[in-house]
Ligand binder design. Structure first.
Ligand SMILES: C[S@@+](CC[C@H](N)C(=O)[O-])C[C@H]1O[C@@H](n2cnc3c(N)ncnc32)[C@H](O)[C@@H]1O
Length: 286
């Protein structure tokens, strides 16, 4: 269901909530977009794409693409390909026209589409200028994207999935808010490392994961070492006592330790990002 439709469903209830005398005098509120069309200013658009490190190898999907400016800038200035999905047909027509005038029709596509049903899997970068509740509704699908996919949101965050970076920019001409600032948030989708990993010589690594933040305990021969760290895309970086560092690359069910000839660890059980601790209880190293 589109945001527009959801608002239309709610509008009659708003009307019923009014006192009868007021309802007699106040016109029924016209359906409006729950996420209205407000453009990201040009310098903020460039900063969003720079924050995501967009380049020629990227495919950018802008959810709620308005007049197409983010996708067009990604193609024209950074050489990326892109898809803009937008619920308002006139804005899609305008975007196609803007793309033609910018000379990027071959690398851009604009579709009248509900962002809640858009296939996000081709994206290496997802951009959004939506609303907090919409971001939260999208979060499970964003988390399920390929590790390393970057997400940039203008102004609104993703709740307790904390951003990897936040930039604040002055926007004197900003049409909304009193601060005249834009906040840009960047996330990189983390690989799922939650659970038990089995290493050489009976070594075990038990990992607890909350989004990109992890803690881990490595055990071998009665010795236990605790670590804390992060997952950046497919890279797991752990820091232990006395500055001990441990780095590995995640590939499906293998954790390849960094360094020539370093061992690979294998995943002992099913894992999930849905909640901390899940997937760890039943797994064992044989
Ligand atoms: C704040 S504007 C952002 C426009 C553009 N991304 C930018 O940053 O300049 C949000 C856009 O989302 C669109 N939108 C709202 N609900 C949508 C939905 N369910 N699916 C696709 N687009 C939607 C609106 O029409 C609006 O153009």
């Amino acid at each position: 269901m589109s945001l527009c439709q959801r608002w239309r469903l709610r509008a009659p209830f708003l009307f019923l909530a009014l006192p009868l005398w007021a309802a007699a005098q106040v016109p029924v509120p016209a359906p409006v977009e729950e996420v209205p069309f407000i453009t990201t200013p040009d310098h903020v658009t460039v900063a969003m794409l720079e924050l995501a490190g967009v380049g020629a190898q990227d495919h950018v999907i802008d959810l709620g693409s308005g007049d197409g400016r983010i996708v067009i800038t990604a193609a024209r200035r950074f050489g990326a390909t892109g898809l803009g999905v937008e619920i308002v047909p006139d804005l899609v027509a305008q975007s196609r026209d803007n793309a033609r005038r910018a000379g990027v029709t071959a690398r851009t596509r604009f579709e009248v589409q509900d962002l809640f049903t858009t296939d996000l899997t081709p994206a290496s970068v997802v951009t959004m200028y939506l609303l907090p509740e919409v971001n939260l509704a999208l979060r499970p699908r964003l988390l399920a994207l390929q590790p390393g996919t970057r997400i940039v949101s203008h102004d609104w965050d993703l709740g307790d999935w904390r951003p990897d970076r936040t930039l604040t920019l002055a926007v004197p001409e900003k049409a909304v808010g009193r601060e005249k600032l834009s906040r840009l948030h960047l996330w990189t989708v983390p690989a799922v490392v939650q659970g038990l990993w089995c290493g050489p010589g009976g070594a075990k690594l038990q990992v607890q994961q909350q989004y990109q933040v992890v803690s881990a305990v490595q055990t071998q021969g009665g010795l236990a070492r605790s670590y804390s760290g992060r997952v950046h895309g497919r890279t797991l970086e752990l820091l232990g006592e006395a500055g001990r560092r441990w780095q590995a690359t995640v590939a499906d069910d293998t954790l390849q330790e960094a360094g020539a000839g370093a061992p690979a660890w294998r995943r002992a059980g099913a894992s999930s990002l849905a909640g901390p601790g899940e997937g760890a209880a039943t797994a064992a190293c044989s």
